[in-house]
Write a protein that binds this ligand. Structure first.
Ligand code: ADP
Ligand code: MG
Length: 414
């Protein structure tokens, strides 16, 4: 037994450490665009891991080798796609060929079937619970593996098979779990960095705004004082205008200040349906002006937990951006979906405007990032912050020339 356990632990350690190393080279990110360069890096790491596993076989029966290289093949294929998976399979097959023996074909067939099954399950894996769909893929593979073994090689001890498959399964699931945890951690880290940037710029804006407000108040006082008993006609005529403009400046600064020091919010039951209707009717005129129709099918009230002002402000910003992304004419489709299982309602705002590149998508929400001549580059930043503060989430998906879909989720209130 010990003779199996030792190489087994070596195999498991190799695979675990490679998962962490892959994350170190290129941190895992959900919805990340796995470019050609990333694929190469991940494939090399995967192939290297598989090769090392092959160097420490758990059991060599005659000339067959049992090791956990298939875990590497399946994980790489499930996460990074057919090309990287294929690369690992080819490297593994070449290696198997070099090791030689009369069971080369079986060795290659089991590796290729691991690859094919992972490919088959990839779509499901990407869209549903990864541990469950990953486990399903593994069971399917085990079925095929056992049949292949049964017909092709002499039977080993049952205890060996049991140990092997259990170890395979646990290692494989553990790696999926590690990758998922790393994905979550990396996301939290990015959010932390983002929030930190927000606070810094927010505080800077606040102190500058404060400094500007004081002299403005003084100037305003003097103008008011002078206009009362002046004989200067021009001053009499223009002083209201000056005062008005000064007030407007003050208003803008106040807006910035609220941004930096957000007003306290109150978590209450909010009828999101009503908020949506309000926001849409507020923005319809803007839409009409730029030939944009807003499509939305009203429903019965849906209640969420949040702050009325916050939800409204964020939806307004998102819909406004959607309208502004459309250059000549187009549609903004708004829909919502209640997921009682997760206890959330997801609102999607989909436009067929100019869309964004991956690089632009990364910048959205950063303070002062704007591509508009009259933009402030603050809308999305505020939106993101408001939504986060009331415990919601926001996600952007975009394709250049096709449009953008923004999905906002709020917690349902029961
Ligand atoms: P502003 O609207 O003042 O430019 P935002 O923070 O609201 O600032 O948006 C930042 C930038 O993100 C915009 O200038 C635009 O380039 C991009 N953007 C936001 N929403 C969309 C969208 N729906 N379609 C295309 N680009 C968008
Ligand atoms: Mg905006």
């Amino acid at each position: 037994m010990l003779s199996i356990i030792k190489p087994l632990i070596v195999n498991i350690t190799i695979l675990f450490s490679f998962a962490f190393n892959a994350n170190m080279f290129i941190p895992f990110q959900r919805n990340m665009n796995i470019t050609f360069k990333y694929k190469i890096v991940y494939s090399i790491i995967g192939a290297f891991g598989a090769l090392l596993c092959m160097a420490y076989p758990i059991e060599t029966l005659g000339e067959t080798n049992f090791d956990l290289r298939m875990v590497a093949i399946m994980i790489i294929t499930l996460y990074t796609g057919w090309a990287s998976g294929l690369f690992v399979v080819i490297i593994v097959s070449i290696m198997r060929f070099i090791i030689g023996g009369s069971f080369i074909h079986i060795g290659i067939i089991v590796s290729v079937s691991a690859y094919l099954i992972a490919l088959l399950f990839r779509k499901k894996f990407k869209s549903s619970n990864r541990l469950i769909s990953g486990a399903l893929a593994a069971f399917t593979y085990f079925g095929i593996y056992i049949i292949l073994l049964y017909f092709n090689i002499a039977f080993l001890k049952l205890s060996f098979y049991i140990t092997y498959f259990i170890a395979f399964f646990i290692t494989y699931l553990a790696i999926i779990f590690i990758i998922e945890t790393l994905l979550e951690r990396n996301k939290q880290f990015d959010e932390m960095v983002y929030l930190d940037k927000l606070t810094t710029t927010g505080q800077m804006a606040a102190s500058i705004a404060h400094e500007i407000r004081n002299p403005i108040t003084t100037v305003r006082g003097f103008i008011q004082f002078m206009q009362k008993d002046t004989k200067d006609e021009t001053l009499k005529q223009f002083s209201p205008l000056i005062l008005e403009e000064l007030d407007r400046t003050n208003q803008i600064i106040t807006n910035y200040l609220t941004l930096a020091k957000p007003e306290s919010f109150e978590m209450k039951t909010v009828n999101i349906e009503e908020v949506l209707m309000d926001s849409i009717s507020l923005l319809r005129p803007l839409g009409n002006l730029s030939n944009v129709t807003i499509e939305y099918v009203p429903t019965d009230p849906i209640y969420i937990r949040g702050d009325l002002q916050y939800t409204k402000q964020s939806l307004l910003n998102i819909i406004k951006n959607a309208i502004e992304s459309i250059e000549t004419q187009g549609v903004v489709k708004i829909s919502k979906y209640v997921n009682t299982q997760l206890g959330i309602v997801t609102i999607t705002i989909k436009d067929n405007g100019k869309g964004m590149t991956k690089e632009e998508l990364k910048q959205i929400g950063l303070p002062f990032y704007t591509t508009k001549t009259k933009g402030t580059g603050l809308g999305s930043m505020i939106t993101n912050r408001l939504i986060r503060q009331i415990g919601g989430t926001i996600d952007y998906e975009s394709e250049v020339g096709k449009g953008t879909t923004v999905s906002v989720s709020f917690k349902l209130d029961y």
